[in-house]
Design a binder for this molecule. Sequence first.
Ligand code: HEC
Length: 159
Amino acid sequence: MKKKLLVTLATVALGATTFVTFAQEEYPYQNQIEARQALMNVYRFNLGLLGAMAKGEMPYDAGMASDAANNLFAASSMRNGAMWPAGSDMSAPGLADMTAAKPEIWSNMSDVGEKSRALRAAAEAMSAAAGDGLDALRSNMGAVGDGCKGCHESFRASD
Ligand code: HEC
């Protein structure tokens, strides 16, 4: 009886381990690299909506602006350290075509953290303002854009 329970527990534990194990990767750190690039694309998508309204390419809509800004703030608040394992930069074997993350990231972690927090602060201000009209949205665009650019200039390879 006890033995059976143990076997059952072992099976459950094994099942859980299998569940958290990543799927087979086609290149090193594929899962982490895809996750951080997906996060970046969530940034781009939401910033794109705000930018289109700011430029008048899309009619201003308070609800949509607010949602996009809140999404940007939520995404920039994610603890994403696990997406950036050491050895997953573009100079690592097999990764030149898979990632644009410069090796400098890992020797300047405090600067990267500062730049992440700068984006988060700008996104927070945007989320408070975006629903208050086009002028309020526009006046926050520069800081958010600088938040992206500030990090890309140092830590992302240009194509
Ligand atoms: C703290 C640094 C940092 C901040 C802040 C940042 N990025 Fe990035 N971004 C990177 C790095 C590094 C890469 C390269 C990631 C890779 O290829 O592994 C990247 C890549 C990207 C990509 C390409 C993703 C892909 O599919 O390959 C886009 C789009 C992007 N960022 C948009 C943004 C936008 C928009 C913002 C601001 C709202 C932003 N990023 C803020 C560091 C940052």
